[in-house]
Design a protein around this ligand. Structure first.
Ligand SMILES: *[C@@H]1O[C@H](CO)[C@@H](O)[C@H](O)[C@H]1NC(C)=O
Ligand SMILES: *[C@@H]1O[C@H](CO)[C@@H](O)[C@H](O)[C@H]1NC(C)=O
Ligand SMILES: *[C@@H]1O[C@H](CO)[C@@H](O)[C@H](O)[C@H]1NC(C)=O
Length: 465
C-alpha cells in the first residue's frame, strides 16, 4: 500500500512538472513548469511568454540578431511530394477581396465540380487574406479563424472541400501582419504551420506585407547570393516549419518579384510571384510576359515563376485577350488560379479555361520546361513582348503566336525555324484551341500562315509525318 501510494505521488509530480502541448512553459511572471512533455520543446516568444512546441520543428522562433539568424537559418528544401506541376485552382482575392466567408468558398468548390473544372484538372480552392481574427489566441498564440465568416472553422471548411475530392489553401504573411492587417506569421512559423496541418491545409500563399525594417534588404547580401538575404530567410523559416509537418503543404512564395526570388525560389518553395498584383488589363498581361521571359531558366518541375492569379471574368478584357492571358500562363507554366465569381463565367470563358490541349501542355508530366520565343522567319520583326513561342510536350512540338497589335493580322512562320523540328521532312499541324488537324502536310522549308485577331493567341502542335 505504502509503496503504491508513493509511486502514484511521484507519477503525479512528473505529470505536473511538465507543460503539455502548446502550454506555457516560461516567462517573467511564470511560476508553472518550465519543461515540456517528451517530443515538445519550450520555445520563448518574448520575455513574458514561452510555449511548448513540437521539438521536430527546426524553426528559429526567437532570433537574437542578424548574424545568429544567418548562421542558424534553416536550409530545408520544399517538399517534393507536392508542387511538381504548376498549380491549377481558384483563389478568393480577385473575386471577393476581404469580403469572404464559408459560403463563398464552398460555392467555389461546388462550381469546380458542376462546371467540369475539377474534371479538367483544377484542384486547389485557396482562401486569401482576411480569414482570421485580428488577434492571436492569447494563450496558445494560434491564429483564430473569424467565427462569423467561418462558423465551422477552417478545419470544418477543409473537410467539406476534401469531401469533394479537392484541396484547400490558406494565406499568411512573412511579416508582422498581413496586407489587410490580420496576424502575420513572422516569428510564429512553427505554430502556424502546425495549426494549418491540423486543419488539413494543402497549400499556403505567403505574402510580403508589414516586414520589419531589419528583416528587409537595402542592398545585395554579403556574398551576393540572395538566398541569404533577409527576405529569403523569412521565407526559408516557413519552409522549415512546413516540411516539419506530417502532411505536405504546397508553398507559394508571394514576394512580388523582390530579392531576385527567381534565383532562390526553387530552393525554398514551389512557386514565386514575379510582380505586384495582377489587373484585368492588356498592359498587365504583356508586361508580366516580358518579366517572366527574363527568367525562364528558373522554371522546372517543382519550381515555377508565378504570373499571379487569373483575371478571366474580371474587367473588360476582350475574349481574344482572355485567350492570350490563359495561353501565356499555360506556355510559361505559371500557376493558374482562377480569380473570379465562377457562377458568372460565360460558355466562351469556360471553353478557354477548360481547353484540354492547353491544360495538357501546362500539366505535362514528362516535360517541365516552358515555351520560349523563337525567330519565326529571317525578317521577323522584334516586338515587346515577342509574338512567336515554341516548346515541347510529350505530344510533340508546339508553337504559340500572339498578335500583339491592335488589328487582325496574318502571321506566318517557316517550319524549319521552329527549334527542334529540323530542316527536312513533312509535318502535320494541329490546332490546340479547336482540337482539330489543319488539312494537308507542310514541308520543313514551307511557311505556315494564319490570320490572328488583335491580341489573340494561336496555338499549334506540330508532329512529323
Ligand atoms: C529584427 O529585430 C527583431 C527585434 O529586435 C529581432 O528579434 C530580429 O532578430 C531582427 N531581425 C534580423 C533579421 O536581424
Ligand atoms: C499583330 O501582331 C504583330 C505585332 O506586331 C504585328 O507585327 C502584326 O503586325 C500585328 N498585327 C498588325 C497589325 O500588324
Ligand atoms: C488598325 O486598322 C485601322 C483601320 O484599318 C487603322 O486605322 C489603324 O491605324 C490600325 N491600327 C493599328 C494599331 O495598326
Amino acid at each position: 500500500m505504502f509503496t503504491q501510494a508513493l509511486l502514484t505521488l511521484s507519477l503525479a509530480s512528473v505529470v505536473f512538472s511538465q507543460s503539455g502541448p502548446y502550454g506555457q512553459c516560461g516567462g517573467q511572471a511564470w511560476t508553472g513548469p518550465t519543461i515540456c512533455q517528451p517530443g515538445w520543446l519550450c520555445t520563448p516568444f518574448n520575455a513574458r511568454y514561452s510555449q511548448c512546441l513540437p521539438a521536430s520543428s527546426t524553426v528559429l522562433m526567437s532570433p537574437t540578431g542578424t548574424d545568429s539568424i544567418k548562421a542558424a537559418a534553416p536550409t530545408d528544401p520544399p517538399s517534393t511530394k507536392v508542387g511538381r506541376l504548376p498549380a491549377l485552382g481558384w483563389n478568393s482575392w480577385n473575386a471577393y477581396r476581404c469580403d469572404i466567408n464559408e459560403a463563398k468558398v464552398i460555392a467555389a468548390a461546388n462550381q469546380f465540380v458542376s462546371l467540369g473544372l475539377q474534371a479538367a484538372g483544377y484542384q486547389y480552392i485557396n482562401i486569401d487574406d482576411c480569414w482570421s481574427n485580428k488577434a492571436r489566441d492569447a494563450t496558445t498564440k494560434r491564429i483564430v479563424p473569424d467565427p462569423t465568416k467561418f462558423p465551422n472553422g477552417i478545419s470544418g471548411l477543409a473537410a467539406e472541400v476534401h469531401a469533394l475530392g479537392l484541396k484547400i489553401g490558406i494565406y499568411s504573411d512573412a511579416g508582422t501582419a498581413t496586407c489587410a492587417g490580420y496576424p502575420g506569421s513572422l516569428g510564429f512559423e512553427s505554430v502556424d504551420a502546425m495549426t494549418w496541418n491540423e486543419w488539413g491545409i494543402d497549400y499556403l500563399k505567403y505574402d510580403n506585407c508589414n516586414v520589419p525594417g531589419n528583416w528587409s534588404d537595402s542592398s545585395t547580401p554579403p556574398g551576393g547570393d540572395w538566398y541569404n538575404s533577409n527576405s529569403a530567410i523569412r521565407y526559408r523559416q516557413m519552409t522549415a516549419a512546413l516540411v516539419a509537418q506530417p502532411q505536405p503543404i504546397q508553398y507559394s512564395i508571394c514576394i512580388w518579384g523582390n530579392a531576385h526570388v527567381w534565383d532562390w525560389g526553387g530552393r525554398v518553395g514551389h512557386s514565386w510571384r514575379m510582380s505586384g498584383d495582377s489587373s484585368p488589363t492588356w498592359s498587365y498581361i504583356t508586361s508580366i510576359i516580358n518579366t517572366n521571359l527574363a527568367h525562364l531558366a528558373s522554371i522546372q518541375f517543382g519550381a515555377h515563376n508565378d504570373m499571379d492569379m487569373m483575371e478571366i471574368g474580371n474587367g473588360a478584357l476582350t475574349i481574344q485577350e482572355q485567350r492570350t492571358h490563359f495561353a501565356a500562363w499555360v506556355f510559361l507554366k505559371s500557376p493558374i488560379l482562377l480569380g473570379t465569381d465562377m457562377s458568372k463565367l460565360t460558355a466562351a470563358q469556360l471553353a478557354i479555361i477548360k481547353n484540354t490541349e492547353l491544360l495538357g501542355f501546362h500539366q505535362d508530366i514528362a516535360v517541365g520546361t516552358p515555351a520560349a520565343p523563337f525567330k519565326a522567319y529571317s525578317t521577323a520583326p522584334t516586338t515587346s513582348p515577342p509574338e512567336y513561342y515554341s516548346g515541347t510536350s510529350s505530344k510533340g512540338t508546339h508553337v504559340f503566336i500572339i498578335n500583339t497589335s491592335a488589328n487582325t493580322t496574318t502571321k506566318h512562320f517557316t517550319l524549319s525555324s521552329v527549334p527542334g523540328l529540323g530542316t527536312s521532312g513533312n509535318f502535320r499541324l494541329h490546332d490546340m484551341w479547336t482540337g482539330t488537324d489543319i488539312s494537308g502536310t507542310y514541308e520543313a522549308t514551307s511557311s505556315f500562315s494564319v490570320s490572328v485577331a488583335a491580341h489573340d493567341t494561336a496555338a499549334y502542335r506540330i508532329t512529323k509525318v
